[in-house]
Every structure is written in structure tokens, then in C-alpha cells.
Design a protein around this ligand. Sequence first.
Ligand SMILES: Nc1ncnc2c1ncn2[C@@H]1O[C@H](COP(=O)(O)OP(=O)(O)OP(=O)(O)O)[C@@H](O)[C@H]1O
Ligand SMILES: [Mg+2]
Length: 223
Amino acid sequence: MRRGSRTPTLEALTPADMPLRFGRYRLTGILGSGGMARVFKAELEGSAGFRKAVALKVIHRSVLQADDKLVRALLNEARLGGLLHHQNIVETYDVGQVKGRHFIALEFVDGITLNRYLEQVGPPPLSACLELGAQMAQGLSAAHKARIEGRPAKLVHRDLKPSNVMLNREGIVKVLDFGIAKTLAAAGGRPRRAWSRARRCTCPPSRPRAAPWTRARTSSQPG
Ligand SMILES: Nc1ncnc2c1ncn2[C@@H]1O[C@H](COP(=O)(O)OP(=O)(O)OP(=O)(O)O)[C@@H](O)[C@H]1O
Ligand SMILES: [Mg+2]
């Protein structure tokens, strides 16, 4: 952490400012930034030396000031995420506020986003594409089948894209960001709007001698 100077805002933090206390968390690195939030690597610290690595998603100040709806959408992400438990869906651990800054604490995925993987390694072979698609489908299917308050939630993601899918070092796919997901029940049981917002997640064609995707160089760099 910089000494003798004021701590910069979360938006201006650089790796040189780490580690930095943020409520019950200790920010240790910067994972990336999206339209709604900046994502930090962090540790939840408990008593008796308890520690848990998390990805801490802190909503941009500009979003807080400009659009209450977006903030509600993100908090909805946390609410829905807390109800989903599946190997192919990133876990949501906590949601809260520190000095007026809303955050969501997520399972830290030690890996790489699919868009960064495609940039760095290129298209994986067809067999890996099928495996990747099958794991994504299992996560999405689990969300669709999840029961909320005893009733099937029929949750659809609505923002499926390569930057919202990560591969961890063991080759497990994790779907991220159910931020604008909606239950079909809440949408009046009709998937129309949900499907129209859904994005196409293209699986690239096979390339001869492409590196197997499970051997991808994974990193914790912004993706
Ligand atoms: N749970 C996580 N574990 C590890 N890294 C993560 C996690 N969640 C996000 N990241 C990193 O933070 C980056 C930013 O994520 P974020 O969801 O804010 O933006 P995005 O998906 O690129 O854009 P969008 O605003 O459309 O969601 C990701 O690209 C990824 O590198
Ligand atoms: Mg995202």
C-alpha cells in the first residue's frame, strides 16, 4: 500500500496499492473490469486464521450515481447467485456495502475467461468444444431447474458470452454473471424477452493441431 498519501478511489487503485482493507476483505489484486463493476482478487479473513480467496465485484461509482435500475440488477445477480449451487456456476458467497460501495463476493476462479482463451490460444479442437458446451449446458440447465421458494425458477441467463464463461486450471467451466437473468415465473411465464436478450455463444471450428484447451495457459490477468 502507498504510504504517506491518501488511498485512491477503488476505480484508481493499482497493484501497488495492494493489499488493502475493504470491510471484512483484504484486496490483494485486480482481476479486471466490466461495464458494471471492477473485480478484485481478495481474501475473506475470519478468526483462527480462517482465509478464503474470493473475487470481489465492486459496482462502479458511476453506475451507482447514474442508474438505480442497474444497481438493482446487480444485487438481483447476487440474490439469484446465492440460490444456485452447481459445479459449472460460479458460487456467490456474500453481498454487502462498504462505505457506500456495493459489492458481491464470488468464488475466485483460478483460470481464464473464454474470450481471453480464444485470443491467446485460438480455437480448441472439436472434442474440447463439445466438452466445453456440455459443461456450460449443465450449468445453465441447473439454473433452469433450480427451485426458489419451493417452485421451479426456470432461470435463463440472458447474457451468455465468452467473457462470462471461465475455465479453471482443472478444465472445469464456470458460468458467471446471472446479472440480468430473470425467472420465467417473474416474466409472466413467457420466455420471449429472455430469449431475445440471449446472446449467441459461438463455438469456434476445430483447427488442426490446436492446443488442447485443458492445457491452456491460465492466468489471473484481466480477461
Ligand atoms: N469469479 C471470478 N473469478 C476470477 N476472475 C473473475 C471472476 N469474475 C470476474 N473475473 C474477472 O474480472 C473480469 C471482469 O468481469 P466483469 O463481469 O466485471 O466484466 P465483463 O464480463 O468483461 O463485462 P460485463 O460488464 O459485460 O459483464 C473478467 O473478465 C474476469 O477476468
Ligand atoms: Mg461479466
